[in-house]
Design a protein around this ligand. Structure first.
Ligand SMILES: Cc1cc2nc3c(=O)[nH]c(=O)nc-3n(C[C@H](O)[C@H](O)[C@H](O)COP(=O)(O)OP(=O)(O)OC[C@H]3O[C@@H](n4cnc5c(N)ncnc54)[C@H](O)[C@@H]3O)c2cc1C
Length: 612
């Protein structure tokens, strides 16, 4: 067919930036045509092959006006740091995770010193439906444009933003639909109907919990942070406060609708594209396609959820080391099981923090569990002092847990989006607000095997925790390691791409440092680079104390060090080879690129030039 002159010229220019596909890559028969050529590099604005205005116009027409030119509010901030717009951005928007999530140009984390800074795409498709996503994927592939996908925007690694790119933004695809008896497509012969919930890829957990728990009395395993996106968390593996009972969030995935790199819409489940389905369960967001809809199992809701909060200050480092030994013993004997989740924290100034939750126990039962520990603390006399004991152990009806009831708001247990007209279901935990608009200095996570809790190894663990706490604060997230979980939760987690280290771990040890808010170039709000580097080193030393106990340490992909050198092994362990095979099958030319994602080793940092 004859091409109009302009189109032909552009096609020739794009062809010049492409090279023939690498021999030997196994292509799906149906994908062969779409992947006839592989990009050696991607185009940037100003390059001769960057799509012309009429091509963008064609895309805009295809997506019914959902194509938007993206402009960062930080441009104004950099130009006028004391102006009203900048003040509003830094004092209000940056502290409200919903306001951040509603801005196409922003991400929840503003950047990471020496790693990345949040940068808007050139254009975004604010997708309303799957067809919009297909149009964006086809456009990016045909024009060798860098593609990036954003849902809730919570990536610490900065994988949902990229300068000089086209963004697929799923925020508007947020429908939530409950099913009494769901069977995945094509699975009628092998699977019984189950209670389930289907959610659009742009939905966030607060809204899913509202529909499933508050309104319908069920439980779906999602994230602890209420403003995290569903699609991003499921592809990370995903942990919530009660994962020690319900398992990985990804393990509850029954089916996903995905737009793959060839522009095809595929249904992935145990019976259809099972390899893709497996990879979506913990294989890392933004690497295998654009997920447009997910269906998750709904579990029965227990009667009660509750929390234990206290802070204990030791009188000296020696007393603190004894306290660390005490909590390690108590943890090994009482806390590694389905009822318990969240954190035990060790602070440099000889402070122990307990911020735990429980499910399936009454308040009285939880108090009985903690009595031996409290008695031991009391028996310590002047060595230890409980500093914060207001409402030490509380519980609530599980159905009210995520609801912004008057009492919970008054006591500061839950906060609401304070923008005029914001829906009352826009809620978040006050603790997570500390991460909105943050600029990261350093981060590290390590799965600690339950074997460290054996009586003969506990002293070494306590020594390592104490030594680490001399450098930086350490939080043990008991809900992010599955040792002690029910057999069914373990079996389901084994059938995901998440590093199998999670199965034997009693917790994930997390260390992080950040400032909030900060953004390079905004006078008075520049990140403190010197402090950041010192903090990163201190975190490295602290994590090093723990990693002496765990030589080939696993780390949780979504909460990890940007600079993790051994990332393939750390994030996925023995599963990486299989993950790469799925990547080669569904995205052989690497349209989808994220930092330290499957197949990213074949691209330059940033994903613009192919290196192998
Ligand atoms: C404050 C905070 C609290 C957190 N709490 C928890 C927690 O309790 N438990 C936990 O397990 N993790 C937690 N995380 C980590 C979080 O789960 C991951 O970063 C997750 O990937 C975020 O998903 P998102 O959609 O919000 O983020 P995004 O940044 O939008 O996406 C994350 C990644 O997934 C990709 N992606 C997003 N949507 C799609 C899609 N539809 N199709 C394909 N790829 C997609 C993006 O390209 C990106 O690579 C937390 C992070 C933050 C910042």
């Amino acid at each position: 067919m004859a091409q109009p002159d302009g189109t032909r010229r552009r096609l020739l220019r794009v062809a010049a930036s492409l090279r023939v596909a690498t021999a030997g890559i196994p292509l799906l028969g149906l994908a062969r045509r779409a992947f006839a050529v592989a990009p050696a590099s991607r185009v940037r604005p100003g390059d001769p092959a960057w799509p012309a205005a009429d091509q963008w116009k064609q895309l805009a027409d295809q997506v019914g006006g959902a194509l938007v030119k993206v402009r960062s509010p930080f441009d104004e901030c950099i130009a006028a740091p004391t102006g009203d717009a900048c003040t509003q951005l830094l004092k209000k928007t940056a502290k409200n995770p919903y306001a951040l999530g509603d801005d196409v140009a922003l991400t929840q984390t503003f950047g990471w010193v020496d790693a990345w800074k949040s940068s808007p795409s050139v254009y975004a498709v604010a997708a309303r439906n799957t067809a919009d996503v297909v149009a964006a994927v086809n456009f990016a592939r045909q024009n060798a444009v860098r593609l990036v996908v954003k849902g809730g925007g919570h990536s610490y690694q900065g994988t949902s933003n990229a300068a000089d790119s086209l963004l697929v933004w799923t925020r508007r695809m947020n429908a939530v639909t409950l099913h009494d008896a769901f069977v995945a497509q094509g699975c009628a012969a092998s699977a019984a109907p189950v209670r389930a919930v289907s959610v659009g890829a742009g939905a966030i957990w607060a809204h899913v919990y509202d529909a499933v728990t508050t309104k319908a009395g069920g439980y779906v395993q999602g994230g602890g942070c209420l403003t995290v996106g569903v699609a991003g968390l499921i592809q990370s593996g995903g942990f919530g406060s009660f994962s020690k009972n319900y398992g990985l969030a990804a393990a509850s995935l029954l089916e996903a609708e995905v737009v793959t790199a060839d522009g095809e819409v595929r249904i992935a489940n145990a019976c259809s594209h099972p390899d893709l389905f497996w990879a979506l369960k913990g294989g890392g967001g933004g690497s295998f396609g654009v997920v447009t809809r997910l269906t998750l199992r709904v579990h029965p809701l227990p009667e009660d959820f509750g929390a234990v909060n206290m802070t204990i200050k030791a009188a000296s480092p020696t007393a603190f080391r004894k306290l660390v030994g005490l909590i390690v013993d108590f943890c090994a004997e009482h806390l590694v099981g389905p009822h318990w989740g969240e954190q035990i924290r060790f602070f440099p100034r000889d402070v122990l923090g307990i911020a735990m939750v429980f499910q399936g126990l009454t308040r009285g039962q939880a108090q009985a569990v903690w009595r031996p520990f409290m008695d031991a603390v009391d028996a310590g006399g002047d060595e230890w002092k409980v500093e914060f004991s207001l409402l030490k152990i509380v519980s609530t009806s599980a159905r009210d847990f995520f609801a912004p009831t008057f009492i919970k708001r008054t006591l500061g247990f839950i906060s609401r989006d304070d923008r005029p007209g914001a829906p009352p279901t826009n809620v978040f935990w006050p603790g997570d607000q500390g991460q909105a608009g943050q600029f990261l200095h350093g981060y590290s996570s390590t799965w600690l095997p339950a074997a460290l809790l054996q009586p003969v190894r506990r002293a070494a663990l306590a020594d390592a925790l104490f030594a680490a706490s001399r450098h930086w604060r350490v939080s043990l997230h008991l809900n992010k390691g599955l040792a002690g979980a029910p057999a069914a939760a373990l079996a389901a987690a084994r059938d995901t791409a998440t590093n199998p280290a999670v199965l034997d771990a009693f917790c994930l040890a997390i260390l992080g440092a950040e400032e909030q808010p900060a953004y390079p170039g905004v006078a008075g709000h520049e990140p403190d680079v010197a402090a950041a580097r010192l903090h990163r080193q201190a975190i490295g030393r602290a994590a090093g104390e723990l990693r002496k106990l765990v030589p080939s340490a696993g780390s949780y992909v979504a909460e990890s060090d940007y600079f993790e050198a051994d990332w393939r092994n750390a994030f996925w362990g023995a599963n990486y080879a299989r993950l790469l095979a799925v990547k080669d099958r569904y995205d052989p030319e690497g349209l989808f690129f994220v930092h330290h994602g499957a197949g990213s080793e074949r691209w330059s940092e940033g994903g613009f030039a192919r290196v192998s």
